[in-house]
Write a protein that binds this ligand. Structure first.
Ligand code: IVH
Length: 786
């Protein structure tokens, strides 16, 4: 076996092992970065050796081509559902039926018989079947109607904790694993936040999100949705491998299949009742949603004896928890103003108890969501709680709409400050064209003149990860703003002892402490300061990137959006947000006051980040301009040929035609014929130059060196410097240093004892320098010697 193949197999085994420890045992043994390193090594090796890629490699979870439809799958063993119990009494009745069947004793003797049960959470997701043939995942299917489901193999492969091949050994050659694909609460929040961001509809609940993701024809989308799998049974098997359900799940776990870490074995129905109570207490704290718990007779021989009734096993039952959904009335929709001015609709509801908690408010996300729900004030709505997050309105009950129902309208002016409310715009740029569409978010244009935004801005400014000013709680900030003691973050630094001590909850010591905390915050790092400014879409990470890449606030302030897009993870939209934040006069005044009167001193490097400096290539920039029909390849050709943007803009037609095919050459011409395009491009180039950057073009750099294109040979012994040093110096001047003499050799440096190479050089009539002449030459070139 070749080295690459051996390493690939090694890496796969190691990654599988780490996946198992992480997903099944919940005991990761290496840090994430190490996992990523191994993963990337495998990816790189597979990219170099595509014939060695196999479908069960850990790299093959990315999703594949988009399908037009799912094919059908017949379940050899039907996929059943469960009978439900809603009260504890129903569990005792279930137990009674089980006992009567498996130990047919006279009635009065039943009371002493105990049946062992397994207890598991009832996950709220999508039931799936995974078929392993010879230990390899060969098919994934939905339950469908229980007899026929859909083939979702490509999608299940993207679920990270589903093993692509089984571990250990001893598994039956055919093994159908069954279980639930679900999404955790945090993943659900993320998916919905993303849906909102891309203007798509939100999922009403985690079950819909999981099911929707699994039934995606584009498996790349499923792959992005942080789904998980948990097994609770098997379908067809080539041979039995356990006597008990508990034992069976332990075997599955050993083979790398995830099972619930809440699985318990109890000795009787009382144990089930205790489990119910315990889980219903834990319910809200679990990282995933459960709609109940499931009890199963542990002994498999007993399960067989009990059999089925219609489509439900007689050996299992689901105890359902109270629903997290309820019906109530939408009394009104109010609008809240956030830190960045976003005006968000909030539902005021007729208070209703949902799983033990009274709910009176629900989030409506944005006006697109209101429109999607078709919501009107007065409607009866279904609301839903999920974990600790604010309840959501899931659906309108159309049939119950009253005649007096009113439309929800976005206010024209800000409910807090009365400024104009404007709809945000989405800017997309493609093929040289900017398209502006309407965003889902409305914003109050009042910025810090708006009390709501000011309060939020200051709460953010003083927060721990921003300026970290201790002792300034939300209530105090509200009071300071309401009493007009502060109108911007800069005013914090002007607060006087007499003003603070008058605030609610402040005394002598706390007032002095606060003044000191404010004073101590005057030397923040540039990254903290940028984050503290609260620029829309600029979180801590982006703030760090801005600080590291641009090195000074002055550069951040003037940076053009296109220049900002050179920064890692900064897209055009964020770049525009940053740019327009600093163009705003009010923001400029606040920053001016902070750095001026307030004597804030930012800790910055003043230098451009090396990564940023290296990322600016002329080819990349030409590509960024989105000239129609000019892709990265053509952009690079232009860069190689012309070297500067100015030269591209001014290029004559002949030169352009020599560089690109006619159609592309024309497109470049037409693009720069528009004065605005040319000016904009030149302004970007100028700004990069002002920032101290120069185009990185390897070819240009080498061409510019005096010995570029020449081959030199060193022979004999050198006394004033070692061979290595001589070689280094020549290469520094752009020469290539070779070990053999040929007609292509430019110059030979010959020290004492030179033999055949010198003879050959003389024969060929090449230029030969002795060491003294060589040193003289180097000095002439400005190279220091000795
Ligand atoms: S056992 C023959 N166990 O609930 C028994 N189902 O209402 C088959 N579910 O379709 C199911 N957690 O999607 C079982 N621990 C669990 C479960 C579970 C969730 C789902 C499953 C099933 C439905 C039945």
């Amino acid at each position: 076996m070749k080295a690459a193949e051996t390493r690939i197999l090694e890496l796969r085994a190691e990654l599988d092992q780490h996946n198992y420890r992480y997903h099944v045992l919940d005991e990761p043994s290496i840090p994430d970065v190490e996992y990523d390193r191994l993963f990337h090594e495998l990816k790189a090796l597979e990219a170099e050796n595509p014939h060695l890629v196999t479908p069960d490699s850990p790299t093959q979870r990315v999703g594949s081509a988009v399908l037009t439809a799912f094919s059908k799958v017949k379940h050899e063993v039907p996929m059943l559902s469960l009978g439900n119990a809603f009260e504890e009494a129903a569990l005792y009745e279930f137990n009674q039926r089980v006992v009567q069947t498996i130990s047919p004793l006279p009635n009065d003797l039943f009371s002493g018989v105990n049946v062992e049960y397994t207890c598991e959470p009832k996950l709220d997701g999508l039931a799936v079947s995974l078929l392993y043939v010879d230990g390899r995942l060969t098919r994934g299917a939905t339950r469908g109607n229980g007899t026929v489901g859909e083939d979702i193999t490509e999608n299940v492969r993207t679920v990270r904790n589903i093993p692509l091949r089984l571990m250990d050994g001893g598994w039956p050659s055919v093994l159908e694993v069954r279980g639930e694909v679900f999404i955790e609460k945090a993943g659900f929040e993320r998916v919905n936040a993303h849906q909102i961001e891309i203007g798509e509809k939100v999922f009403a609940n985690p079950r819909n999100a999981a099911a929707g993701s699994m039934r995606q024809l584009d498996s790349k989308i499923s792959g992005r949705r942080s789904l998980k799998f948990c097994s609770y049974g098997i379908g067809q098997v080539q041979r039995d491998f356990a006597d008990t359900y508990y034992g069976m799940l332990q075997k599955l776990k050993k083979w790398g299949v995830p099972i619930s870490n809440k699985l318990r074995l109890v000795s009787d129905v009382e144990g089930c009742i205790a489990y119910c109570r315990d889980m219903s207490e834990q319910r809200l704290d679990l990282p995933y949603e459960i709609d109940g718990v499931v009890f199963k007779v542990n002994n498999i021989a007993s399960q067989r004896e009990l059999g089925f009734r219609a489509r439900e096993p007689r050996w299992a039952i689901a105890y359902k928890f109270p629903a997290m959904e309820e019906l109530t009335e939408l009394l009104d929709v109010e609008f809240q103003v956030g830190r960045t001015g976003a005006v968000t609709p909030v539902a005021r509801l007729k208070p209703v108890k949902v799983a033990g908690v009274t709910v009176a408010n629900a989030t409506l996300h944005n006006m697109d969501e209101v429109a999607r729900l078709g919501l009107m004030i007065g409607d009866t709505v279904i609301i839903r709680r999920a974990g600790d997050v604010i309840p959501q309105v899931v659906q309108v009950v159309q049939e119950r709409r009253p005649t007096h129902a009113r439309a929800v309208e976005i206010p024209q002016t800000c409910p807090v400050c009365g400024s104009q409310v404007e709809r945000t715009q989405l800017i997309k740029r493609s093929k040289g064209k900017e398209t502006i569409s309407e965003g889902a978010v409305y914003r109050c244009v009042g910025r810090l003149a708006c009390g709501a935004q000011l309060k939020q801005a200051i709460i953010h400014y003083v927060s721990r990860r921003a300026m970290d000013i201790e002792g300034l709680g939300d209530k105090t900030i509200e009071q300071l703003v309401d009493e007009k003691l502060i109108g911007s973050p800069a005013d914090l630094y002007k607060l006087k002892y007499e003003q603070i001590i008058d605030l609610e909850g402040f005394a002598e010591i706390s007032s002095k402490k606060l003044l000191k905390a404010i004073d101590d915050s005057k030397q923040p790092t540039l990254a903290r300061f940028i984050y503290a400014l609260g620029i829309p879409d600029v979180g801590e990470e982006t703030a760090k990137v801005l600080a590291r890449s641009l090195g000074s606030l002055d550069r951040v302030i003037v940076a053009l959006p296109e220049v900002l897009t050179y920064l890692p993870d900064v897209g055009l939209e964020v770049a525009h947000e940053i740019h327009s934040f600093f163009e705003d006069e009010h923001n400029q005044n606040v920053i001016g006051a902070l750095l001026g009167e307030c004597q804030m001193e930012l800790q910055d490097t003043g230098d451009l980040g090396a990564e940023f400096a290296a990322s600016a290539t002329l080819g990349g920039m030409l590509d960024k301009l989105n000239i129609p029909s000019v892709g990265p390849g053509a952009a690079q050709k232009l860069a190689d040929k012309f070297g500067t943007l100015e030269a591209v803009v001014k290029a004559d037609w002949l030169d352009m035609r020599q560089t690109l095919p006619e159609k592309q050459a024309q497109a470049v011409r037409a693009f720069f014929d528009v004065a605005e395009h040319a000016q904009r491009a030149l302004a970007i180039e100028q700004q990069l130059k002002d920032f101290g950057m120069h185009w990185q073009s390897e070819k240009k750099v080498v061409e510019g060196l005096p010995l570029a294109g020449q081959t030199w040979v060193l022979t004999g012994s050198l006394e004033l410097m070692s061979r290595d040093v001589a070689k280094e110096k020549l290469e520094g001047l752009g020469a290539k240093v070779s070990g053999s003499v040929s007609a292509k050799t430019h110059t030979v440096v010959a020290g004492p004892g030179a033999g055949s190479k010198l003879t050959k050089a003389n024969e060929l009539g090449l230029k030969v320098l002795d060491e003294e002449a060589f040193v003289g030459f180097l000095k002439q070139q400005g190279v220091e010697v000795g």
